[in-house]
Design a protein around this ligand. Structure first.
Ligand code: NAG
Ligand code: NAG
Ligand code: NAG
Length: 430
């Protein structure tokens, strides 16, 4: 133990010096130092000193918290049985996984999504992953294969896996390989094999077919299947159920983001079109570094550039980093426009816990699950229940009691983040 402390006493100040150095000498970017960097930096900002300073704290805090980490037993969460006539929908969402299959499997087991063998349990209706499976670890191929297997198993069991492209998936297909480990490239065989796998190969085809930039997940089937567009002009938009849905995206849907309507198809069409342009480049640009940053193709439209911009849905950090007042004053506008009551996102880690802001309207689920960070193993759980009941003031009138419980699941505990309850007319739900 004293030896460990002595080591830390040397390591922590040394890292702090490196952090400051890096902010002073942007040229250090060409070294592999960004590989251990807590937050990826948008290519437009790479090397900007304010970014480096802003991130000193988490890195040091993370090193310290690692020294005190304890191993706790795995808590196994089982959903309650649905009662007669009751409707229950259970959703589990997990954030950035960054190349760590064992930790990804631990988290999914802990949340009841998979069993000990890593197979879909059927206990959860929807499993959502908010992107950034790739980079900072070696398990890229295994993780995407695992997700594809779960997608098949979920589909066969009447459930569903919803997958999203994070800024790191996009970086890799663009040719921005700043956060790729050489040992990870070795798992593909070569740079060329990796480029092929991410474009016309198995992973690239899976991204094109089964990954989206964002999604809208209704809490009840009467609102349609996942990714049914919210249409503010339809009569159903004024129904009490119209916003009983969640949005998922990697970075965040910024208040001023112009391409929200119709949600989510507008953003997803822009994403699909940009992904196609990137994957169709032949030959693909040589990866950066050591080659120059290739950027988006010349044929990228204004909307496509905006999608990948610093405040676009893949990179935005405002919901995680802006002051409470500002965030809570603008969140309703985005929820209203997207026909949702909560937004779930990853991208900006808190190494201790899932962050709930504005009473659970904003949920930030990146807790640095990968060993690259050593953060908290976590999953977000949302359980939505409709129970048939009788109006308290009129015993002839049937109603539904609606309840939504939002909770975070960790290895050694669960935390309730938000609970909403209300009564809704019986005939609203078919
Ligand atoms: C897991 O699924 C695979 C097929 O995908 C099957 O071969 C295997 O038996 C399953 N394991 C368990 C424990 O159910
Ligand atoms: C997309 O997912 C479905 C299962 O939901 C699967 O059958 C199909 O092969 C996947 N497509 C690709 C290209 O991976
Ligand atoms: C909510 O959205 C509707 C339809 O887009 C719009 O008419 C209304 O003004 C919005 N309300 C608020 C409070 O933003």
């Amino acid at each position: 133990m004293p030896r460990l402390l002595a080591l830390l006493a040397v390591l922590v100040p040394a890292l702090a010096v490196l952090v400051v150095l890096r902010s002073l000498i942007p040229a250090l970017d060409v070294l592999s130092f960004p590989l251990t960097w807590p937050l990826a930096v948008h290519p437009d900002l790479a090397g900007a000193p304010q970014d480096a300073y802003a991130q000193q704290q988490p890195l040091v805090a993370q090193l310290l918290s690692k020294a005190h980490a304890t191993v706790a037993g795995t808590l196994r969460l089982r959903p309650g049985k649905a009662k007669e006539g009751e409707f229950v929908r259970r959703i589990v969402a997990v954030g950035d996984l960054h190349g760590d299959l064992p930790n990804a499997q631990k988290v999914l087991r802990m949340a009841g999504v998979v069993d000990e063998a890593g197979n879909w349990t059927g206990e959860v209706d929807f499993f959502v992953q908010t992107g950034d499976i790739i980079d900072r670890g070696d398990d890229t191929i295994k993780l995407y294969r695992f997700m594809d297997k779960l997608r098949e198993q979920a589909h066969a069991a009447g459930g569903m896996v919803l997958s999203h492209l994070g800024n790191h998936e996009w970086m890799n297909v663009i040719g921005d390989w700043r956060y790729v480990y050489p040992s990870e490239i070795a798992t593909f065989g070569s740079v060329a094999a990796r480029q092929k796998m991410l474009s016309s190969g198995r992973i690239g085809r899976s991204w094109a077919a089964n990954y989206t930039v964002t999604s809208r997940l209704p809490l009840h089937p009467s609102l349609g299947p996942p990714n049914t567009d919210y249409d503010p002009s339809s009569p159903s938009a004024s129904s009490p159920l119209s916003h009983a849905a969640l949005s998922f995206v990697h970075g965040g849907l910024a208040p001023g983001y112009p391409d929200l309507a119709p949600f989510p198809s507008r953003i997803n069409e822009i994403g699909r079109s940009l992904l196609h342009k990137l994957q169709a480049r032949s030959p693909p640009p040589p990866p950066h570094p050591p080659h120059p940053y290739p950027g988006l193709p010349p044929s990228a439209t204004t909307e496509e550039k905006r999608l990948y911009g610093g405040d676009g849905p893949l990179w935005y950090r405002g919901w995680a980093q802006d002051p409470e007042e500002a965030v809570c004053a603008s969140v309703d506008e985005v929820l209203n426009a997207t026909g949702t009551r909560r937004m779930v996102m990853g991208h900006t880690p808190d190494f201790q816990r899932i962050v709930s802001r504005c009473g659970g309207k904003i949920l930030i689920i990146d807790t640095g699950i990968s060993h690259a960070y050593g953060g908290a193993l976590s999953a977000l759980s949302i359980t939505y229940t409709l129970t048939p009941s009788i109006d308290a003031s009129n015993e002839k009138k049937k109603i539904w009691k609606e309840k939504e419980v939002v909770a975070s699941i960790y290895v050694d505990k669960q935390e309730e983040l938000a609970v909403t309850e209300r009564e809704i007319p019986y005939d609203l739900v078919s």
